[in-house]
Structures are given as C-alpha cells and as structure tokens.
Design a protein around this ligand. Structure first.
Ligand code: ARG
Length: 262
C-alpha cells in the first residue's frame, strides 16, 4: 500500500512539473546577472512585431529595446506561434511575453502584466459587399480567428462557429476562400494586413467594419516570481509614456496612438 502511495505521489509531482507549476519567473537581479532579457514573440502581428528581411521589427520591439537599455541588458528574441507565447511565459521558459498581448482577468490569474501602454480594439473583417455590416450580423455566422487569442475567446463566448488558425494569414485566407464569413482580429494588424491584401489583390477587396467588437489594453506578460522585474519595466514604461516616446514610436509606424484607459 505504501508503495502504491509513493508511486502515486511521485506521479503527481512529475505531472506538476510538466504543467509548469512551481516554475518561477526571473527576478530583476537574475535578469541583470544573466545580462539579457529573453522575449517570446509571434512576429505575425504588424505593426507590433513582424519579420522584415528575417529580422523581427515593430512597435513593441522598439519599446523593448528601450526598456532593455534602462535595465542595462541585451534584448534576446525568441520566435513562436502566438499560442505558445503565454504558456511559455507562464512556465518561465521566457522572461517576457511581447506579442500584442491583451490583459484579461483570466490571464491575470496565471501571470503578471505590466501596466497597459496602448488601447487596442477587435475588429470584424469581411469581403467587400458582404451582408455582414455590424457585430449583430455575426449571429449564426462562421468566423476565423487566431488560436489562443482574445478574438478566438470572444467569438467562442458569443457562440459563433469559430475556425481557429495558428497564423493570422491563414485566418485571412479562410475569409478570402469563402470558408468563413468574417475574420476577427486586432485593429492595427487588421489595417496593416487588409491594406497589403487590397494593394496586391484589388479585385477581391476586404473591408474592416466600423462597428468594433471590444476594446482591450495591451501590456507585456511575465511569470509569477518576476514581481520586481515587472516593477522595473513599469518604471521604464512610466517614463516612455510620460515623455512622449511611445507616442513617437506609433508616429514612426504611422499608427494613431490610443492611450490606455486608466
Ligand atoms: N491581442 C490579442 C490577444 O492577446 C491577439 C494577440 C496576437 N498576437 C500576435 N503576435 N499574433 O489575444
């Protein structure tokens, strides 16, 4: 009997390790000691992060470079699908999640967030001429969204028939192919991807509806245990927000800056 109990206990412990409980995020001292801040990002999200000639660039990369300067450490970028970013951060595999991440109450139960630095929105994208012209028209319709995003969660909650894709480009393709009726995605990335598509395929234009789904704050995510690191990054963000640096980064990428709601 004792043996069985011991085996059961061992199994529970092994499982606990696999699920990442007990994984602790780095402290500020540990990051300084390592001399680098490792960020987890899904660079399919222009203008916040995307690949340009093999290099990850974008608004959030610019912000993190400045944060790293303040911390006196090097920025190290790890690329992955969005669905791997939050679990990876939660398990403390990476120091920070940088991926246009929306703060939600559910996520706050599993990880830490900095203060928000931007107020985004979820929008609905349809083919030009679509009978869907507002949020209410989505009832009973098929929509595409990126796996693991707030867009996916919101659409599932609303009871829409959701097709989820690891890459936003595939969610867009599903709409173009007529496999879904609408595509739900964050506003800036929608603008960037729709403009690019419309310039390349003017015969099949996409439109972004003015009726938005939700507004949501973006921030950077950390594992529990990184409390003092979050505090240091928040201090850096305080400065970058107050002195207009964040605003000027949005200007550089030609996006209107929306301050987060306090
Ligand atoms: N803001 C949304 C969320 O947090 C979508 C983020 C998607 N980010 C990306 N890099 N693909 O769920």
């Amino acid at each position: 009997m004792k043996k069985i109990l011991a085996i059961a206990l061992a199994l529970v412990l092994v499982l606990a390790c696999f699920t990442g409980c007990g994984a602790k995020g780095k402290t500020l001292a540990e990051v300084k000691e390592a001399g680098k801040l490792v960020i987890a990002t899904s660079p399919d999200f222009p203008p916040f992060e995307n690949l340009e000639n093999g290099e990850v660039v974008g608004i959030e990369i610019d912000i993190l470079k400045l944060v790293c300067q303040d911390l006196g450490v090097e920025l190290v970028i790890e690329q992955m699908d969005f669905s791997a970013v939050l679990p990876g951060v939660q398990a403390a595999k990476y120091d920070v999640g940088v991926s246009g991440i929306t703060i939600t109450e559910k996520r706050q139960k599993n990880m830490l967030f900095t203060q928000p630095y931007y107020e985004a929105a979820q929008v609905i994208v349809v083919k030009e001429g679509s009978p869907i012209t507002s949020k209410a028209d989505l009832a009973g319709k098929k929509v595409s969204a990126q796996t693991g995003t707030t867009a996916e969660e919101y659409c599932l909650e609303k009871g829409y028939a959701v097709s989820s894709f690891e890459a936003n480009s595939d969610a867009q393709l599903a709409l173009l192919n007529g496999n879904v009726d609408a595509w739900v995605i964050d506003n800036c990335t929608a603008k960037e991807m729709v403009e690019l598509h419309n310039s390349e395929d003017a015969a099949n234009p996409l439109v972004i509806l003015s009726d938005i789904m939700t507004t949501e704050p973006y921030a950077f995510a950390f594992a529990f245990g990184s409390e003092d690191l979050v505090e240091a990054v928040d201090k850096s963000l305080d400065k970058l927000l107050a002195d207009g640096t964040i605003q000027s980064i949005f200007d550089k990428y030609e996006y209107e800056y929306e301050a987060p709601q306090k």
